[in-house]
Design a protein around this ligand. Structure first.
Ligand code: FAD
Length: 413
């Protein structure tokens, strides 16, 4: 068994294979030099609490997942990149030319951040995906430093809040009218925008970044970012730029196998990669249909998904290897996502991004710190719930709305 990718999905896949009875050899290949570690703190408390001299290795070690005994005999090949796969020959090739054969393969290579197209200036530009990224950014942060965050998605907004707490002067540039709109919709996004502004982050919405400005030509800092030019012609000064313009699935190593790799790896509801019984995908890279919502395969970039897909995918592979039947029951995980921004704890259940209408169930959108609950509807169905500063003990009640389709959420409550 070979697992490509040593993040949360790769780790959980190895653990689940053992937990569900697979006794053969398991090798996990990961291009980062560290054992699997937790990414969500990289834009939140880990960035805030780590000193400016923090090193990536220390950060990764402080966030490492506790090893579970079930996967104690897994072979880890860390600091090695899978560069190619031949699904017909059942092999993968590593960056040093080594070829590993497999009886079954788990695709767990996750995402990498998209970058702005301009390659220069190169210095002072950051993304936040890995411990190395976060350490590199933290190293350049000082009180008073001017930071432009390009992109107002969840990671961009978390980074803005954290960098502001570190004393930076932060601006966020977002082409849409409100931030986080794909995750929370316009009304909640607008309320979060006001909360960020009140906390001192400058938001420039409705325009993108057309280009980056470097230092004076010939000057030692010529290749260091000094500002951004917006699509509407305005200029923002910047000592640092955080590029938070989305992610792309890390799938190029699967090229040449006839798979649809346009946005992750398309899978069926058993997580089998199209046309293959011996290849599954897990985590951020897996594009699978969730019958809870519809039959459209989608990627879900939530921390809970690697664990859930790994459990399902391990069962699929073990059934294949043992020649036993796959379970009839469909796989319908409930997506769950949290975010921390300026003292707000946002918790989402379901898929609010699919909603065509939202309904405030509790509290007021103008008073987020006091607690707000929002139901998200598609037609007559509740497809998502967004809770902001609602105590965790009350989350199960709201979460249960998602299994009660076609009844207005307020009536259910
Ligand atoms: C900054 C940040 C904040 C987040 N905050 C939250 C949050 O608050 N709440 C939430 O629910 N989710 C959050 N997430 C999302 C969550 O962390 C991810 O959903 C989760 O990490 C996905 O795990 P994964 O194993 O699928 O992918 P990854 O964690 O990306 O792991 C994939 C691994 O494979 C490696 N790899 C890629 N290509 C190759 C190759 N060719 N060969 C070998 N190895 C390779 C990668 O380097 C990586 O180590 C956040 C993510 C980030 C980056």
């Amino acid at each position: 068994m070979v697992v490509a990718g040593a993040g949360l999905g790769g780790l959980r896949a190895a653990e689940q294979l053992r937990a569900q009875g697979f006794t053969g050899e398991i090798t996990v290949v990961g291009d980062e030099p560290y054992p699997p570690y937790n990414r969500p703190p990289l834009s939140k408390e880990a960035l805030l609490s780590s000193g400016d001299a923090v090193r990536a290795a220390e950060l990764a070690a402080s966030l490492a997942f506790r090893p579970r005994a079930a996967a104690g005999d897994v072979r880890w090949r860390l600091g090695r990149t899978v560069v190619a796969a031949d699904l017909t020959a059942r092999s993968i090739t590593l960056d040093d030319g080594e070829v590993l054969g497999w009886g079954a393969l788990v695709v767990a290579t996750g995402l990498r951040p998209r970058r702005l197209p301009q390659t220069a200036p190169a210095r002072g530009r950051h993304t936040i995906r890995t411990a190395a990224d976060a350490a590199g950014l933290r190293h350049e942060v000082r009180p008073g430093v001017r930071v432009v965050v390009v992109g107002g998605g969840f990671v961009g907004c978390e980074a803005a809040a954290t960098l502001a707490a570190l004393g930076c002067a932060v601006s966020v540039v977002e082409p849409l009218p409100v931030p986080m709109v794909r995750g929370v919709g316009h009304r909640v996004g607008a309320a979060l925008l006001e909360h960020h502004r009140a906390a001192g982050v400058q938001f420039v919405t409705g325009t993108g970044v057309s280009r980056l400005i470097g230092g004076r030509p010939g000057h030692p800092d010529a290749d260091r970012v000094r500002g951004v030019v917006l699509d509407d012609g305005r200029t923002l000064d910047a000592d640092l730029v955080v590029e938070s313009v989305g992610s792309q699935a890390t799938v190029e190593w699967l090229d040449g196998n006839g798979l649809d790799l346009t946005d992750g790896v398309v899978c069926d509801n058993h997580l089998r990669v199209e046309g293959r019984a011996d290849v599954v995908a897990v985590g951020d890279v897996a594009r699978f249909p969730n019958p809870r919502f519809d039959s459209v395969p989608r990627r879900v970039e939530h921390w809970c998904i690697p664990g859930e897909t790994a459990r399902r995918a391990a069962g699929t592979l073990i059934a294949h290897l043992n020649g036993t039947a796959l379970p009839d029951a469909s796989f319908a995980p409930l997506p769950s996502f949290w975010s921390d921004q300026f003292g707000l704890r946002l918790q989402s259940f379901g898929a609010p991004g699919l909603a065509d209408r939202v309904e405030v169930l509790e509290g007021e959108l103008g008073q987020l710190p006091a607690g707000v609950a929002v139901g998200c509807h598609r037609g007559g169905e509740v497809v998502g719930v967004i809770l902001i500063n609602i105590p965790p003990a009350r989350h199960p009640g709201y979460r249960s709305l998602l299994s009660s389709a076609a009844t207005p959420a307020a009536q259910l409550l």
